[in-house]
Design a protein around this ligand. Structure first.
Ligand code: 2HG
Ligand code: ZN
Length: 449
């Protein structure tokens, strides 16, 4: 590998500190074991590297901004880390077709900064936008806070340039909006967590920035009240851009983390953060049961502050002793009953822990974080949380939910796929993996395949 890197003028790192840095994502739970990190600069470099790895059976972890929360970007079995971070150019802007072509390593926020002055955005909005990369967003089919309005990432991709495990370069979809020539390989690669092919470039669809936006920060009594509010917003035709739930424990945690007073005064409760594409909320106030303590964001800085509270929850949780993360999806009407059932058993199963519940109620996605104030030096808490997964995922299954809504499977959820995918579905996916990566060199042990 060193020779290949040298011959193509590529950076190649093997020092332990570098491997420890590049070999992990935000999941924290796994030990790193990597062969090296290589930084291709072109699609042809990616192709040559994979050709070499395919021939010599070297396993590869395709790597983006490493902000994932399920260990999808971890190197744990001596793999080569293929960092796309130096492929970070915006290649083409098409104002007629409303698309932008990028290399996989472009940082999410850099793309938005490029599009904003033109009046457009790629309407995927993630808390990790400052560091996550487009290739990783696509490989995980990321979700985020605007799925309620725009849908998942997959919807906003026109075409991909991917490199297969054997080094072959494929152009998937050829920049067409309409292409009905059979099943779409592009859509299969999106969300496959680097297990089927490496995404090297993408042409993304963009849309106009919302013409206006008002933000409401509203206390709610409980999750059921949050959903009643959501229904009444939908019934009165409110143009929702985001509807985020933050429970009392999470709100309390972020306020302490930021050193800020409670915006609702003495009253600490669950809350929802709502973005509406409008300049007039009189109808919303007249037709929904908004709590009188609801705050209408008046200045840019106030709105930013409210969104900061929402977006910094992960970081605030990270500064606790130990936290175990869940990212589940449920039919929205089942959320209150599901959470009640979890609550009934939580303190018995997890003495000393708090269940921090927040997330994208607007699309049925909840983040449950089981947090302990003490650290987990011997891995006992991790083992305990893992042992409780069957209980939680059985409930998810019972309520016809999914064990991963937007974070993917990675290393963390792989043992629990059966709770969401049938054996028949898994068998088809395994056959596809075999066809696309016969020596199983791409991101081994991750994802569904
Ligand atoms: C979010 O919605 C992310 O902020 C992270 O998906 C969720 O930390 C989490 O559990
Ligand atoms: Zn989320």
């Amino acid at each position: 590998m060193e020779q290949l890197a040298k011959s193509r003028g590529l950076r190649f790192l093997t020092n332990t500190n570098d491997l420890d840095h590049w070999g992990r994502d935000w999941t924290h739970y796994f030990p790193v074991n990597a062969l090296g990190v290589i930084f291709p600069k072109t699609v042809a470099d990616v192709s040559e590297i994979l050709k070499h790895c395919h021939t010599h059976r070297i396993c590869v972890v395709p790597s983006g901004g490493r902000t994932g929360l399920v260990g999808g970007a971890y190197a744990t079995q001596g793999e080569l880390i293929l960092s796309l971070s130096q492929m970070n150019r915006i290649l083409d802007w098409d104002p007629l077709g409303l698309t932008v072509k990028v290399e996989a390593g472009v940082i999410h926020e850099t793309l938005q900064d490029y599009l904003r002055p033109k009046g457009f955005h790629w309407p995927v909005d993630l808390a990790a936008k400052g560091s996550c990369q487009i290739g990783g967003n696509l490989a995980t089919n990321a979700g985020g806070v605007r799925v309620i309005k725009y849908g998942m990432t997959r919807r906003w991709v026109q075409s991909l340039t991917v490199v297969m495990a054997n080094g072959k370069i494929l152009e998937l979809n050829g920049d067409l909006e309409k292409n009905n020539t059979g099943p779409c390989l592009r859509d299969l690669v999106i969300g496959s967590e680097g297990t089927l092919a490496v995404i090297a470039e993408a042409r993304l669809k963009v849309t106009h920035l919302p013409r206006q936006c008002l933000t409401l920060f509203a206390p709610v009594e409980n999750p059921a009240a949050a959903l009643t509010l959501l229904q009444s917003l939908r019934e009165c035709g409110a143009p929702l851009l985001a509807f985020e739930f933050i429970d009392k424990a999470s709100l309390d945690l972020v306020l302490k983390h930021c050193g800020d007073p409670n915006p609702f005064g003495e009253f600490m409760s669950d809350a929802v953060l709502i973005d509406l594409e409008t300049t007039d909320v009189s109808d919303v106030y007249a037709k929904t049961a908004l709590d009188p303590r609801t705050i209408l964001g008046e200045s840019h800085s106030q709105v930013q502050k409210f969104w900061h509270y929402r977006e910094i929850i992960t970081e605030a949780l990270d500064s606790m002793g130990f936290v175990y993360k869940h990212d589940v999806s449920l039919p929205q009407r089942e959320i209150p009953r599901f959470l009640k059932t979890v609550d009934q058993e939580f303190s018995r199963r997890f003495p000393g822990a708090t269940n921090f519940v927040f997330g994208h109620f607007g699309d049925g996605n909840l983040h449950l974080n089981f947090g302990y104030s003490a650290k987990d030096p011997d891995g006992r808490r991790l083992a305990h949380c893992e042992a409780a997964n069957d209980w939680l995922f059985n409930l998810v299954h019972q309520y016809r939910g999914a064990i991963s809504a937007e974070h993917g499977i990675g290393l963390l959820k792989r043992a629990y796929l059966r709770f969401t995918k049938s054996p028949e579905e898994l068998a088809i996916l395994h056959a596809l993996k075999k066809a696309m990566d016969p020596h199983a060199i791409l991101n081994p042990g991750k994802g569904v395949v």
